[in-house]
Structures are given as C-alpha cells and as structure tokens.
Design a protein around this ligand. Structure first.
Ligand code: NAP
Length: 279
C-alpha cells in the first residue's frame, strides 16, 4: 500500500516540500506520496487525530503549528523539547514522535563550509526568533559553547540563552553594538527576516572587519544572495545561503522516515528550479 507523508501549515500552498520529497520517493523507488495539508490553528487537534486514524507514516510541521503540536504528540525528542518546537513527526508503530531537524539541518549545511572543528568555533547569531532558537540550541547540543546573540528585542535573546539546557558562554548585544567586534567570530549567521524579498537592500548589521576564513551565513533563500551576503563576500568571507538549511532539514526528515539519507544535490536542484523565477 502507498505510504502517506505530508506537511501541515497555514498558509501552505507556497511550500517547496511536496516537490522535494515526491522527487525523492520517485528517485529511490519508494511507494509513497507527500501532500501539503492546509490546517488552521483551531483544527490542529482534529487533524492530528485524523492522521493517527489513517496511519500517516510521517509529516512535517510548519508555521503556525511548530509549538502547538508538542502537546499533541506521544513523544518529543530531547533537543526538540528544549527548542520547544517540532518540524518533523514520525509515526513509530502508531506512536507519533516529534523531532526538530531545522537546527540540525543548519549544522549539517554549515559543516560543509567551516574549516575548523565546529565545537571550537565562536558564533554570532543575529536574531532571536523561532529559527534562531532552533539553531542556538542545536549548536549548543553538539558542543558549540561560544554563541553570542544580537537582536532588536533583548528579552527574546536572553530567554534563549537562559532556557538552553546545554552549557554555553553567551552574551547579548544590540544591533548597533554588534558591528564593532565581528573579527572574533568564526561564524556569523543572520536569522532575522531583514533582507528578505521585497526588502532586498536591507541588512541586519553592517559588516566591518572579519577574521580570515570566517563563514557568513544567511538563512534567507529569497533572494539567494542577500545584501548581507554580498557585503560579506566583498570582505572576503566564505558565504552560505538559506538553501542548505532548508535542504538538510528535509534530508534529515526523509532519513527519519525511510532510513535513507538522500542526495542533497538532487534536492537542491529541485529547490533552485522552484525558486528560479523569484530570485
Ligand atoms: P521569527 O520567529 O518571526 O523571528 C524574526 C526575527 O527577525 C526576530 O529576531 C526579529 O526581531 C527579527 N526582525 C524582523 N524584522 C526586524 C526588523 N525590521 N528589525 C530588526 N529585527 C527584525 O521568524 P523565524 O521563523 O525565526 O524566521 C526568520 C527568517 O528565517 C525568515 O526570513 C525565514 O524565511 C527564515 N527561515 C529560513 C529557514 C531555512 O530553512 N532556510 C528556516 C526557517 C526560517 P525581534 O525579536 O526584535 O522581533
């Protein structure tokens, strides 16, 4: 029988996940299909009950359900519980188990660009929203302890630092303080939406001096090269755009569902084709 997978969210029509996963199911000759399900907040509980009843094999969770889903699952993996958000659910013999592959997806992607051991890197995270929280806690969970945060709202950054269950040595800076001391970081990551289409000329902080071999990442993928990345490239940084995080969160979810770690280049091609008209 054909296995059913999917993604739930609202809005959901724009999601690139169905194309990416259906291409993989076909490529690996798996009898499975991935659908986009539009689920409003007030219907989340019923949707999960329905998924269990029909025996869905697994699904992704996107905005606005990543937090609310936690209490509807049978189990939540440790890092996802600390992040407080789930983006991937596996149906394990009738038990719905939640994971967060967003942060781990970012880590898998950035590892391909960083020359040093990740645990020895000093990281500057710009932003303190949902994506920043997943990245901060996932980095800390794999032994990265020097992670500073820059954000417009101090309270949100401080909440991430104090609620992280893994040991870190972290400081908070305002957006204007951040630009002076960028040289001490090996990795600088923009997780804010500043610079995203249509405001493509905006940057979260201005890039002054960078250290040699520093990697500057922007998790935005529309446009593929934000003004922030263009500025970093001019200063000699290795740059990393948001496609990597998106592709690897999907690859890790696919692996949890099927046991196969899929070809990320194939996935990237699907995503780039889809983004082609808008970047
Ligand atoms: P979020 O929870 O709404 O957080 C938004 C962050 O941006 C907050 O830190 C917010 O600061 C900051 N921000 C927004 N507008 C700002 C402004 N005008 N000035 C200063 N700060 C501003 O959003 P999210 O879910 O974390 O997503 C953030 C970005 O990451 C989006 O562009 C999203 O598309 C991208 N993303 C990419 C991937 C991927 O796979 N590549 C995955 C998830 C998200 P305050 O705290 O002060 O409000």
């Amino acid at each position: 029988m054909e296995k059913i997978y999917g993604v739930i969210g609202s809005p959901i029509a724009h999601s690139m996940s169905p194309e990416m996963h259906n291409d993989l199911f076909q490529y690996y000759k798996l009898n499975a299909r991935y659908h986009a399900f539009h689920v409003e907040q007030e219907n989340l509980k019923d949707a999960i009950k329905g998924f269990k009843a029909i025996g869905i094999s697994g699904f992704n969770v996107t905005i606005p359900h990543k937090v609310a889903i936690l209490e509807l699952l049978d189990e939540v993996e440790e890092v996802a519980a600390n992040i407080g958000a789930v983006n991937t659910v596996v149906n394990d013999k009738g038990k719905l188990v939640g994971y967060n592959t967003d942060g781990q997806g970012f880590i898998t992607s950035i590892k391909t660009k960083v020359k040093k051991e990740l645990a020895d890197c000093r990281v500057l995270l710009i932003g303190a929203g949902g994506a920043a929280r997943a990245i901060f806690i996932s980095l800390a969970s794999v032994g990265v302890s020097n992670i500073d945060i820059v954000n417009r709202t101090a309270k949100k950054a401080e909440e991430i630092i104090t609620s992280c269950n893994y040991t870190t040595v972290s400081s908070f800076y305002t957006l204007s303080e951040a630009k002076y001391d960028l040289e001490k970081y090996d990795i600088i990551i923009n997780t804010t939406s500043i610079g995203m289409h249509p405001n493509i000329d905006e940057t979260p902080i201005s890039i002054t001096q960078l250290s040699k071999e520093s990697v500057v990442s922007d998790i935005i993928y529309n446009p593929l090269k934000t003004s922030f990345l263009k500025e970093a490239e001019k200063k000699g940084a290795i740059i990393d755009n948001g496609i990597g995080m998106f592709v690897f969160q999907g690859a890790l979810a696919f692996e949890k569902w099927t046991g196969i770690f899929p070809d990320p280049l194939r996935m990237e091609k699907v995503v780039r084709t889809r983004l082609g008209g808008t970047t």
